[in-house]
Design a protein around this ligand. Structure first.
Ligand SMILES: Cc1cc2nc3c(=O)[nH]c(=O)nc-3n(C[C@H](O)[C@H](O)[C@H](O)COP(=O)(O)OP(=O)(O)OC[C@H]3O[C@@H](n4cnc5c(N)ncnc54)[C@H](O)[C@@H]3O)c2cc1C
Length: 336
């Protein structure tokens, strides 16, 4: 029996942190089940990536070449299928990257297996592989196992320690003919770090609430100042940006909006549940449907004009009762 770990390289031919995390989980599973571990790499040039994880004690396979540099369903699927057919695994584990999330369900169809995606863990229990997955927006963690094989699994980032163990790797090249594939990759457009304000790896979450767009003491709104203040803070700290539902909903109601906010930023019961170490809430009331999204954020601070706001009801560690426009302006000055 074999556990196959699949990874694709990044544009600089390295392996992403989430790929290294998944290798830790795959290796532990193979050891727990007492089975062989195989590594399958897909990318333009996989040799350096193979060496960075050469110490994992697996048999290595690779599909390499310019055709496999970028994510493309047909070539990623063909490569994964060829590697799987070379080692006939019972379990296939891969990081839940956008590339694999797209391609690997198709692998389950081709191999007549089953797929489970976005897992939060995988382990051997009583000689069986058991996967963990969050349900109901991370309120419940379920465990599941399946009898069907091959069982294809993708693991979310942040659920294991990244594997570290370089070494020489004896890689078996697997050739895949994708000359008949009609989809051509025209190029990649990456958003700049500053344009992308949702940063799951950031230490700090900064939440903007609807107060930023409300009439202030002078009777006027100052959305342009709010935008600049928030963006200056994010640029200086590289914090991740979150929002309350009220603020992201304003666009639908024709109000003045913070231009870089989308519904993807919404934190809360009907939004996301991020996992940053610290959180700073600004101009957000701290109502329960919002604060439930802070479940995993341990160190919490909030700035609000209202000393009786939701945050004051035991929902944050420090509440600064004051004007967020003035406080954040000062903070930005201090950050330089
Ligand atoms: C079923 C359901 C699901 C929901 N899901 C979510 C969810 O997922 N996420 C979510 O966020 N909400 C959710 N809500 C809505 C939630 O209950 C609140 O309505 C929402 O979070 C309020 O957003 P807010 O605090 O930004 O706005 P407001 O309630 O308008 O609060 C604005 C705050 O800004 C403060 N303020 C104004 N000016 C300043 C200033 N200059 N300095 C400092 N503070 C200032 C005010 O004192 C006020 O506290 C849900 C509601 C329901 C019923």
């Amino acid at each position: 029996m074999t556990v196959l770990y699949l990874a694709h390289t990044e544009c600089d031919n390295t392996l992403h942190k989430s790929a290294l995390e998944t290798l830790t989980a795959a290796k532990a599973l193979a050891e727990g089940l007492g089975t062989d571990l195989a590594v399958g790499l897909i990318g333009a040039d996989t040799s350096a990536a193979a060496e960075t994880i050469g110490g994992c004690g697996a048999k290595f396979y690779a599909v390499s070449g310019a055709d496999f540099a970028d994510g493309r369903y047909s070539s990623d699927l063909a490569a994964a299928e060829a590697i799987a057919k070379a080692c006939s695994p019972e379990i296939v584990i891969a990081p839940a990257t956008s590339r694999f999330s797209r391609a690997l369900p198709g692998l389950a169809v081709r191999l007549d297996g089953r797929v489970d995606t976005h897992l939060s863990g995988i382990a051997a229990e009583d000689g069986k592989p058991v996967a963990k997955r969050w349900f109901y927006r991370q309120r419940m963690e379920g465990t599941l196992t399946r009898e069907e094989r091959p069982w294809i699994l993708t693991l979310d980032s942040g659920c294991a320690e990244p594997y570290a163990g370089s070494g020489a790797a004896d890689v078996q090249a697997v050739s895949v003919d994708v000359s008949s594939v009609r989809t051509k990759v025209a190029g990649m457009e990456c958003s700049s770090e500053d344009a992308q304000t949702i940063r799951p790896d950031a230490a700090l979450l900064c939440v903007a609430g609807a107060g930023w767009t409300k009439k202030q003491a002078d009777g006027a709104t100052h959305v342009d100042v709010a935008e600049k203040t928030i963006m200056d803070f994010l640029t200086a700290t590289k914090a991740s940006l979150g929002s309350s539902k009220s603020l992201v909903d304003i666009s639908g109601e024709g109000g003045a909006v913070i231009s870089f906010l989308t519904h993807m930023h919404q934190v809360g019961q009907t939004g996301s549940t991020p996992r940053h170490a610290k959180g700073l809430s600004t101009c957000c009331h701290g109502e329960e449907p919002h604060v439930v999204g802070w479940r995993f954020i341990k160190e919490r601070r909030a700035i609000n004009l209202d000393a009786g706001c939701g945050w004051a009801q035991g929902k944050c560690d420090v509440l600064y009762v004051g004007d967020a426009f003035a406080i954040m302006k000062k903070v930005n000055e201090l950050l330089g």
